[in-house]
Design a protein around this ligand. Sequence first.
Ligand code: ADP
Length: 319
Amino acid sequence: MKKIGVLTSGGDSPGMNAAVRAVVRKALYHGIEVAGIYHGYQGLVEGKIKNLDVGDVGDIIQRGGTMLYSARCPEFKTDQVQEEAIGQLKEHGIEGLVVIGGDGSYRGALALSEKGFPCIGVPGTIDNDIPGTDYTIGFDTALNTVIECIDKIRDTATSHERTFIIEVMGRDAGDLALWAGLAGGAETIVIPEVTTDIEGLVQRLKQGHERGKKHSIIIVAEGVMSGGDLAKVIKEKADIETRVSVLGHIQRGGSPTARDRVLASQLGAKAVEVLMENRGGVAIGIRNHEVVDYELKDAFNKERKDELSMYTLSKELSI
Ligand code: ADP
């Protein structure tokens, strides 16, 4: 392989830059040229492609977001647009593509691979929702951001003896809410993987109130319901006033943690190694501290990980 491409797509995550840097430098180290594709699949189709040199990825390892920009490109689901993309790649002499992104971006990479163009998926999303890898790039940073917020909100919750509902991101996955809830000492965690027992939740709150425990923290994953909706239910059923904080996009920004930088460097470099073996349709991940590669199509098997034991533990510790 003489030249490869790299793009970032979908929701940005801290550490994407570190992954781009790893892809570029690993390839250059092995004498392979690298083209940066700007604005995700949209930019690919429009030919926003520029060669990247060692210096182009200097001073980015510590930056959040993505220097290649990201975009959504709904038309990429069509065969015709995918063919156009392959046309652009070939026109630029690109023989393999590294796609850094989440679930949707992986579907695009799989589609191109099935059409004969080798693509590698590197998991870049704060949601930690890619099957086959224990962690995705950006999850650790987002988790630490959420915990910082919980700690601050807790100060007010305690001072004013109030119940706070904190809504966190994660789409259909509850990892961010679960980990943040456990690490932030939340009394209640509401995640999509566990059916929410609203009556039980309300009952626990009421009992807490009666015991004199006036402040508590409830973490709700956006994929279950909004913080506002949960507040309404609690008001209706328990007549308890709550305050709602929707953390929103601050969860996606910021300088990546050391852990995310290391992960991004390892996974980005591995993607290049797989392309050097002329393999495509492959996803990169980390399992039990080991960097692994596996079939891209297996990254959609939504079998869940070890959430339940953590959920149970958080309940036991928040009595
Ligand atoms: P993420 O990669 O973070 O999950 P999205 O779900 O928005 O983000 O997906 C990013 C992009 O991937 C989409 O804008 C689209 O261009 C492409 N994509 C998503 N789903 C598919 C699909 N089924 N087939 C081809 N491309 C897709």
